[in-house]
Ligand binder design. Structure first.
Ligand code: AMP
Ligand code: MG
Length: 487
């Protein structure tokens, strides 16, 4: 276990130089205070969890202090936003403080979000508010606990600094951890600004640091792109299987590691709704829940375009062709497990689709349905769940198919079925209304609710005594909360 001043830095991205990022110091927040910290994320840096309670911790992650070895940099990138190309974006309100490596030899980027203005702030103030910082923190750690690849969050630091959005709010910072903060948009930036040398340097950097095994392949860059395609397909399969809607799948928010990245107006589905749009500003539904699958491929094509200097168009096309089959395989595998199946049959996709259609028509709670399905034998569970459906004849027909399929799957004890299904079907997810309750309390100065919610969500598959209220469908006020991009 380490104290805060014992972290070891090795700032590999900063060493790429000024073409890639700009030195900027964090702008401190007034009266920084700890809102919440993740012990699991602290462990990634070998940090003693007790240090979160020290004043130095709030000062460091509230922008007042810096390690001597840190080299705070704002990264430059660009990206396709809602389908249109924006030539220059970049860290407008976040700084890469440096890269820390842990005892296991892993490097973790320390990225401070809400750290003030940078050369890339455009019209923004460089700040993040408490509300959005809490949402990013809870989501990062909750997705990780569900087994969905994501950037991580070490802590949220609150303050008394006024920040103007639709109304006056308070500034906050999130300390985000990821093994890289390089986005598709980094490659796009150097491609469209026609800087082939820097682009090659970036590609070498990513290959050497993050895909070293691809070096052994006959075409290392192509192998790396294939890997990026596969990781993204797997990540999006998990989003779809667990009902996560990202909301702003612009290419500047897509990580080259295939992790969920840059949280804005995200949401988990309450009722199953394939057409759900979580981003209030997404009028066309470009990033609706079901569109996430084709948009994942669209984004990879945008990356592919930026990689044309290194890889032939035919090879890129072939690699892009792997996306849907990878996606389908991962998605179906997870959905089979969510249904309690241990074997594969050709018609399983139809079984899943049939269920989703029924859930859509009846507004069935996506998370609780699967959890309850595992509570009992298939026979008993479908009987009990039947009441949630409007189209009873439709549900009965599906239930017959399901029971027959379970019978063919194998003969196992209910105890086994329950354990197996509960291990993949969470009881607790980050529902918007739960986040909203925690935010309202935190805005009033009470951080206990954020901390409790974070704890509950860190073990989403385990029933926790006294936490029944976190496993409920939303009350009426919490059903269709509008979350905007202004965070
Ligand atoms: P996002 O939609 O959060 O991914 O942000 C898109 C771009 O806008 C990125 O370059 C951000 O750094 C920048 N940005 C977002 N909010 C702010 C802000 N409050 N101040 C400065 N830049 C911002
Ligand atoms: Mg972003």
């Amino acid at each position: 276990m380490k104290a805060l001043d014992e972290l070891t830095f090795d700032n590999r991205f900063a060493r790429l130089g000024d073409a890639f990022s700009t030195h900027v110091l964090p702008e401190p927040l007034d009266e920084p205070r700890l809102v919440v910290a993740s012990k699991a994320a602290m462990a990634l840096l070998d940090l003693d969890p007790a240090v979160a309670e020290t004043s130095v911790f709030a000062e460091l992650f509230g922008g007042h202090k810096l390690w001597a070895e840190a080299e705070p940099r704002a990264m430059v990138y660009s990206g396709h936003q809602f389908g249109g190309y924006t030539p220059q974006l970049g860290d407008g309100r976040g700084l890469l403080l440096g890269e820390v490596y842990n005892q296991a030899g892993e490097h973790w980027d320390l990225h401070l979000k809400g750290a003030g203005m940078t050369p890339y702030s455009r019209m923004g103030d460089g700040r993040a508010v408490l509300r959005s910082s809490i949402r990013e923190f809870l989501a990062s750690e909750a997705l990780h606990a569900l087994g969905i690849p994501s950037s991580r969050a070490l802590c949220v630091i609150g303050s008394s600094t006024p920040v103007w959005r639709e109304k006056q709010e308070r500034g906050a910072m999130v300390l985000r951890l990821a093994q890289s903060h390089i986005r598709f948009g980094h490659f796009e930036y150097f491609y469209y600004t026609k800087k082939p040398e820097q682009q090659a340097e970036l590609a070498e950097h990513v290959l050497n640091l993050h895909y070293p095994e691809c070096r052994e392949q006959p075409e290392p860059y192509l192998a790396m792109f294939r890997e990026i395609v596969e990781r993204n397909a797997e990540m999006i399969a998990k989003w779809q299987a667990y009902g996560f809607c990202h909301g702003v799948m612009n290419t500047d928010n897509m990580s080259i590691l295939g992790i969920t990245f840059d949280f804005g107006p995200f949401a988990f589905l309450d009722d199953f709704d394939a057409h759900f749009i979580c981003n209030h500003s997404d009028h066309e539904g470009r990033y609706s829940f079901s569109n996430q699958v084709p948009i994942g491929q669209w984004n990879l094509s945008a990356l592919a375009q930026a990689l044309t200097p290194f890889i032939s168009v035919d090879a890129l096309k072939e690699a892009l062709g792997l996306y849907l089959p990878f996606y389908q395989a991962h998605y179906l595998d997870l959905m089979r497990r969510r249904l309690g199946l241990t074997t594969a049959e050709d018609d399983d996709q139809k079984l899943v689709e049939g269920l989703l259609k029924l859930m859509q028509n009846s507004g069935v709670d996506y998370t609780l349905f699967f959890r309850r399905l595992g509570d009992e034998s298939a026979e008993l569970a479908v009987k009990r769940l039947r009441d949630d459906f409007v189209d009873l004849a439709g549900f009965d027909a599906w239930a017959e198919r399901y029971k027959a399929r379970i019978a063919r799957d194998g003969d196992y004890a209910q105890q086994q079925r329950r354990e197996r299904m509960h291990a993949v079907n969470p009881l607790y997810i980050l529902r918007n209304y739960l986040a909203q309750n925690a935010i309202a309390a935190a805005e009033a100065g009470d951080y206990s609710e954020v901390r409790r919610l974070h704890e509950v969500l860190s073990k989403p598959f385990e029933e926790q005594a006294g936490m029944e209220q976190y496993a409920q469908r939303p009350p009426d006020w919490g059903k269709h909360l509008e979350i905007s991009c202004s965070s």
